[in-house]
Every structure is written in C-alpha cells, then in structure tokens.
Design a protein around this ligand. Structure first.
Ligand SMILES: [Zn+2]
Length: 198
C-alpha cells in the first residue's frame, strides 16, 4: 500500500542526497518519478535539487498555488519526491496524503522539522500530523550529540535568534546543533559556546 513518508532532519543532514538516491533507486528499476522542490529556494536555481555531494537534478518548483493531484502527474509516475517539504502548506500535505492513500502513489517528503527559533514550519507541522511513516535522518552536533535543532548565524558567525522564518539561499548560515547547545547558545555569541564548533 502506498504511503506518505516524512523524512525529516536538521540542516545539512543530507536530505537532498537521500532524495536523489531514492529517485535513482526507482529509475534503476525502470520506474518514473516526479521531483518537486520549493520554487523560492534558489540555492541551486529555481527548479533544481542539489546535493552537497555534487549531484544536481531538475525538479518542478512548487509554490503556494501548486495543487498536487493525480491529474497533474504523468500516467506512469511510480513515486512523488518532494524536497524542502517544510515549505508545503497544510492543504498541499493533505493533497499529497490523498495521492498516496487514494491514488496509490507513494510520496516521499524530505524537510526540516523546525526553524532557527525552534518553531514548526507549516509543512512540517502538517507532515508530522499526517504522514503514514515518520523517519528521522540523523546528523551530529559538534559536541557529539544528535543534532535536531537549527541555529542561524549572521555573516560574522554570531547567533541570530529573531527574524523571518525563511532566509533564502542561506544554507551556510545555519548550524545543526543538539538541543543542549541550542539553548546554551541562546542570545549569546554562538562561536563562544564551549565545544560548539569543535
Ligand atoms: Zn551539542
């Protein structure tokens, strides 16, 4: 039975790499996939999914107006893969859940669980509610513990704790950290937190 999967992690955990590997696994067996990513994410240019290991694939960009429905996909699509799934709306997550449950197309969503303030993204909140399978992709904090939070830094490496939820193109402005380091660094210069950057 097809399911909606949410594979979540902190920043730089290799989500895009894992997505492209999953797509490759389908295609290796002669099956067609549909790739989506957030249209406003210009890290690799609109409509591309770029892994930090160097793989790049074209993808359809989804925006607020995008409707995910069976009729919008090629007849022979075997799987839908969505990168930057934290930027989906709740309605879009419901559409993707229906694609899996009513139309029998597996949907694999990859994204962040929380933002730099420790708050939910709309897509992540809905996916945590509705996904049939939740899978955490683990990454490590500089202190050695599991990183599950995202710290935003300014251009000089100082912790930023207020501001807009989305910083376009700012992938290098985040550190994945454990909750302990996240709270220890609150309001302080992150670079001065003991052990934080090893
Ligand atoms: Zn830590």
């Amino acid at each position: 039975m097809a399911k909606l999967y949410f594979r979540y992690a902190a920043m730089n955990a290799g989500k895009s790499t894992a997505l492209l590997q999953a797509a490759h696994n389908y295609e290796e067996r002669g099956m067609k996939v549909a790739l989506f990513t957030a249209a406003h994410d210009d890290r690799a240019g609109t409509g591309t999914i770029a892994s930090r290991l160097g793989l790049v694939r074209k993808a359809a960009g989804f925006g607020a107006d995008t409707v995910f429905e069976r009729a919008g996909l090629a007849d022979d699509v075997a799987c839908v893969l969505v990168d930057e799934a934290q930027f989906l709306s709740r309605e879009q997550v419901v559409q993707l859940h229906r694609l899996a449950q009513c139309d029998g197309i597996p949907v694999l969503c990859y994204g962040l669980r929380n933002d730099f303030r420790g708050e939910a993204f709309p897509g992540s909140a809905a996916l945590l509610c509705l996904a049939d399978t939740l899978e955490e992709m683990k990454t490590v904090c500089a202190c050695g513990r599991k990183a599950s939070m995202n710290m935003r830094l300014d251009s000089s490496g100082r912790r930023v704790s207020e501001g807009e939820q989305v910083l376009i193109g700012g992938n290098d402005r985040y550190r994945a950290v454990c909750p302990s380091c996240f709270y220890a660094g609150a309001g302080a210069d992150a670079a001065s937190a003991p052990g934080l950057f090893g």
